[in-house]
Design a binder for this molecule. Sequence first.
Ligand SMILES: Nc1nc2c(ncn2[C@@H]2O[C@H](COP(=O)(O)OP(=O)(O)OP(=O)(O)O)[C@@H](O)[C@H]2O)c(=O)[nH]1
Ligand SMILES: [Zn+2]
Length: 340
Amino acid sequence: MSDARRRFEVDDHESYARPARRSRPRTKQRPTYTDATTGVVVTRDRGRYTCRVESDGAEGDVRSVIAVRARPLGRKAVIVGDRVRLVGDVSGDPGTLARIVEIEPRTTVLRRTADDDDPIERAIVANADQLVIVTALADPPPRPRLIDRCLVAAYDADLDPLLCLTKADLATPDELLETYRPLGVASVVTRNDTELAPLVQERLADRVSVLVGHSGVGKSTLVNTLIPGADRAIGEVSEVTGRGRHTSTQAVMLPLPFGGWIIDTPGIRSFGLAHVDPHQLIKAFPDLDEVTEECPRGCTHARTEPECALDEAVAGGRLDAARVESYRRLLDSRERHAGD
Ligand SMILES: Nc1nc2c(ncn2[C@@H]2O[C@H](COP(=O)(O)OP(=O)(O)OP(=O)(O)O)[C@@H](O)[C@H]2O)c(=O)[nH]1
Ligand SMILES: [Zn+2]
């Protein structure tokens, strides 16, 4: 387990154990719900969570169960991707409501800082393993700073980033691919006038991938191609909850027909990064991390650090200058500029 993953587990356990203010002190021993039903939270809508539950019997037999939070959760937030334990009416029949009594330990947590005036960390998605950064090569033009910020969010959360460059019929991907090559970011280039699915499928199969990208980059086109019938084009309508059609900004987790899941995040186009610790970020780059063991105490490895071991390693030919420079560009991107 990587350090980032371990850190989240520790955090999560702490926040579980901490009693809510003005409530009775919680007993050390928390109840276990061994006979409860397990489900995955696929979306949230006004305090109601849609959970996908697999039936015990036939494989592939799944149902949607609407649930609310229950008291044992305390103040712990339930987020999309969470594996939860459900009690009460778990039939999924119309009009029924189950209760979420427990959240299983998360393997990863994608977070963002709400904004710079409100630097509270907010967990957005649990248990994902890949962050797909969808960027058009033209129309709208790529915004590398935004890509950098998404990469920082991915590395910080211990998700593998995947750069998905769309609209390759309009412009060449060469320059962008060159920019991200030193960081070793995986990439896939698509265009909708050819078969785009197989390329992307290979990258998404059997994984839990979060899609981010701003309006017009072709995210819906991609989702509809991957999941025929997903119907994502029409104004981000929440069709999962079955509670009427309305525009949703909530993340929605959709099963892929070839295995795995994608989590579409219509409300998330960028990440506040105030919570990101540079000493954590470098863990995503083991070769750099190793070298920085020789840094003076407290070195942030930024360009302005006078005695950073990264500079020495570049001068001595042990590290690639472009890789170090790219890492530092990511570090810098944590600071918010207008337009982020
Ligand atoms: N030329 C070209 N146009 C594309 C491609 N993929 C999508 N488009 C077009 O780009 C426009 C935006 O595509 P969408 O899939 O709606 O983009 P989106 O990212 O979901 O945007 P929002 O729905 O606003 O979030 C549409 O007119 C698509 O037809 C592509 O590969 N090449
Ligand atoms: Zn350093």
